[in-house]
Design a protein around this ligand. Structure first.
Ligand code: MTE
Ligand code: MO
Length: 433
């Protein structure tokens, strides 16, 4: 019985419906349209992958489980490097591109999937071991794409339904997807070039519905065997997808670009300032939402400084009596939104490292008053400690930090992902190598 499965299925007639060749009748489906969408993704997907990989590096995951608990990133973490602190807007740019481009490519991915959907219903499902391998790689490709787009979009919509950490899933998913993507490009690149050459774009853009003819039959079986009369031209399909992408760009990009465009970011959860005034910029997690009460940061609050010598303890007044330094920096969240540059001021981390007796600190462990959990502690790198713009901020825009922005003291480091700018700090531990 098992031996007969592959060959046997092939001899059975295809089941009715989408498995029959005559079912798919769009006259514009074919290698050319698939290749136009494919070309856009050929450029876009690598940009998504690189900016995503950079975002992962920016978390400093190699500094320990406080920053990242992705198990066995070992081999896949081969490229991790010392994330720089300059230009100070670097993470705002890379993550803004990652999230905005991801959203904008959704209609293109849908168009591409529509254009190849007959292949999902190929009959017989498996013809040979090689064919089985090819179909498996397509499952990884389509499954990986759907998984990455869906998890990414849920995350930027603050819909945390993931079992475990979002970025563990998104990170592994990205590697599966990009491996399948590379195989797919390797197999199809020649066909893509030939298909694009077969119909000059300018001519296609001048062809209306009346002049729209199916492409000649192709080996992949994308072209309909019994095409219906056209109801839309190829240029119409491209315009539909392009308009969808453009609309998504308009309602998304403002959350990263900021300024007056922020109000156009209708799809973005952080599309408008929560309040007016110096503290009136976006808040990700409020104090109340993570279990930080006003009493925990009241008059009894102290900063503990650990390093080479005995532990030192400071009140907020004592910290305010030390030299204060300014830094004009944004908050740039992994979820793609960012604030405009804010005027922070406070103590340089480099000065605090020296005060702790570890002027050349290899890293610093930052603990907050928040009950232990995600984001309650983080480790920052030596290069981040040394940057003169890296602060333990006490003020923002000329006033005390609001409770939701991390009063009495928070970390702000140039080019640091928002999540590593810990709020409500209670202890700094500077460590040498
Ligand atoms: N202690 C603590 N610090 C934290 C967080 C948190 O949940 N707890 N959230 C982080 C995240 S994800 C971001 S994007 C920034 C947001 O800073 P803001 O609320 O001042 O804009 O704070 C970071 N610092
Ligand atoms: Mo964040």
């Amino acid at each position: 019985m098992p031996a007969a499965v592959a060959g046997g299925l092939g001899r059975l007639p295809a089941p009715p419906g989408p498995f029959r060749a005559g079912f798919w009748r769009s006259p514009i489906r074919g290698p050319w349209l698939t290749s136009v969408f494919g070309l856009v993704l050929l450029v876009g997907i690598p940009v998504l992958f690189v900016t995503g990989a950079l975002s992962y590096a920016a978390y400093n995951p190699d500094l320990g489980p406080l920053n990242d608990q992705t198990p066995d990133k070992g081999l896949l973490g081969f490229y991790l490097f010392d994330w720089p602190t300059r230009p100070y807007w670097l993470y705002r740019l890379t993550q803004g591109v990652h999230v905005t481009l991801g959203v904008v490519l959704v209609p293109v991915v849908l168009g591409k999937l529509w254009s190849v959907i007959p292949k999902l219903f190929e009959w017989p499902p498996v013809r040979s071991p090689a064919h089985a391998l090819e179909r498996l790689s397509l499952l990884m490709l389509v499954g990986g794409a759907v998984f990455e787009f869906v998890t990414g979009i849920l995350n930027i919509q603050l819909y945390y339904v993931f079992p475990g950490s979002f970025y563990t899933l998104h990170f592994y998913g990205a590697w599966v997807f990009i491996a399948a993507f590379a195989v797919h490009v390797g197999l199809k690149f020649g066909r893509l070039v030939r298909a694009l050459r077969s119909r000059p774009l300018w001519r296609e853009l001048r062809t209306g519905v009346a002049g729209t003819k199916p492409e000649p039959p192709d080996a992949d079986g994308l072209v309909a065997t019994a095409p219906a009369a056209p109801t839309i031209a190829r240029r119409g399909a491209l315009a539909l997808v392009g308009a969808g992408s453009l609309a998504l760009l308009v309602v998304t990009a403002g959350q990263s670009i900021g300024g007056r465009l922020r109000r156009t970011a209708l799809l973005a959860p952080h599309n408008r300032p929560p309040a007016n005034g110096p503290n009136g910029f976006q808040v990700n997690k409020t104090a109340a939402s993570v279990g930080v009460s006003p009493a925990m940061v009241g008059p009894d609050w102290r900063l503990e400084l650990h390093g080479a010598g005995p532990v030192q303890v400071f009140t907020r007044e004592q910290l305010l009596a030390m030299p204060q330094w300014p830094a004009l920096l944004p908050i740039a969240c992994v979820e793609g939104w960012s604030t405009e540059d804010q005027h922070w001021s406070g103590l340089r981390l480099a000065d605090l490292a020296a005060l702790a007796g570890v002027p050349d600190a290899a890293d610093v462990l930052v603990d907050s008053v928040q009950p232990p959990g995600p984001y309650s502690s983080v480790v920052l790198r030596g290069n981040q400690v040394r940057d003169p713009l890296s602060l333990l901020a006490l003020h923002v825009n000329g006033v005390d930090l609001a409770l939701d922005h991390g009063y009495p003291a928070r970390i702000i480091v140039p080019a640091n992902p928002g999540v590593n700018n810990t709020k409500w700090v209670r202890r700094l531990t500077f460590r040498s190598r």
